[in-house]
Write a protein that binds this ligand. Structure first.
Ligand code: ADP
Length: 282
């Protein structure tokens, strides 16, 4: 462009030629970008298929270990001394943690865009159920959760939406400040082409430098000291949101709190194109 504007002596014909050349170049770059995006997507799908297969294989022996450990605990506890019983208990806790991790990997690798599986879902019920999943922690931490008086009914996958809200609320509770009881706000605004939701907390916040890797799989930041997790929660939320044609982003002030925003595309069921569906059975 600068080239065009700078040279005032160019004739109309030459200007036209240059414009056409530039337009062609832009088109070529766009095509290249689309090809690269497709390549990247294919690689990601391949990786997720691998995750699925590995997780699936790991799940069977794990269930078996859990089963035998429970049998030991139930029928042979009297043959074990206190120390052995404690080891067994810890073993079971670790197996449960691993099972959670595997279930999350299975969930993330089964999320696919699909047109068929949407239903009208009352988001108030979704949010209430997600809050209920954390009711022990809410009580234990003396947390308050306020919910927008307006929440829509929209076309989506109910269980996936519960998972998305549950992960965000769970994080708001986990990454709270020891000096301030968690205050969590769940908000909503109706936008022209999407529904916008947010989950705001008054927790420890996220350093600006950490934000680019926040939604990547297995990404845990420097603020997790003493807090358990696998670094999959936000990656799952991102995939759920994207499978519903939306986007997710965060605003945060370290030491003051974070707000996770996400959108869900407004979808007419008849012309829906990007929907979430779990396509494989675990
Ligand atoms: P996990 O909680 O299992 O580590 P997530 O994927 O849910 O994994 O989150 C990734 C990382 O992002 C967390 O380890 C934590 O460092 C940071 N994080 C997530 N939510 C919050 C939050 N509400 N406040 C501060 N940090 C957060």
């Amino acid at each position: 462009m600068q080239e065009l504007v700078g040279d005032v002596s160019l004739s109309n014909g030459k200007l036209q030629q240059r414009l056409e050349k530039l337009e062609k170049e832009v088109q070529r770059l766009r095509r290249e970008l689309r090809a690269k995006q497709r390549e990247l997507q294919a690689k990601e799908e391949e990786l997720l298929t691998q995750y699925y297969l590995v997780s699936h294989e790991l799940k069977t022996p794990l269930i078996s270990i859990r089963g035998f450990a429970s049998l030991l605990q139930e029928f042979h506890a009297d043959q074990l001394n206190g120390e052995a019983q404690e080891y067994l208990q810890r073993m079971i806790q670790n197996v449960d943690q691993m099972e959670k991790l595997i279930n999350n990997l299975l969930l993330i690798s089964r999320l696919h865009a699909d047109e068929t599986d949407l239903e009208p879902v009352d988001m108030r019920e979704v949010v209430e159920e997600a809050i209920w999943e954390h009711h022990f922690q809410i009580r234990e931490k003396n947390a308050t959760v306020t919910v927008s008086p307006v929440l829509p009914t929209l076309y989506c996958q109910r269980n996936l939406m519960i998972t998305a809200f549950s992960n965000l609320i769970g994080n708001a509770l986990k990454y709270s400040r020891p000096t301030a009881p968690p205050e969590i706000q769940i908000g909503y605004s109706s936008e022209e082409i999407s529904h916008k939701f947010w989950v705001r907390d008054n927790g420890i916040g996220i350093a600006p430098g950490d934000r680019p890797r926040l939604f990547r799989m297995f990404s845990r930041l420097g603020n997790t000291r003493g807090v358990s997790g696998s670094g999959l929660g936000l990656a799952i939320v991102k995939r759920i949101v994207e499978a519903h044609g939306g986007e997710i982003w965060v605003k945060s002030r370290p030491g003051r709190g974070s707000c996770f925003y996400f959108t869900i595309a407004r979808i007419e069921p008849s012309r829906s194109s990007t929907h979430a569906k779990e396509t494989m059975n675990a």
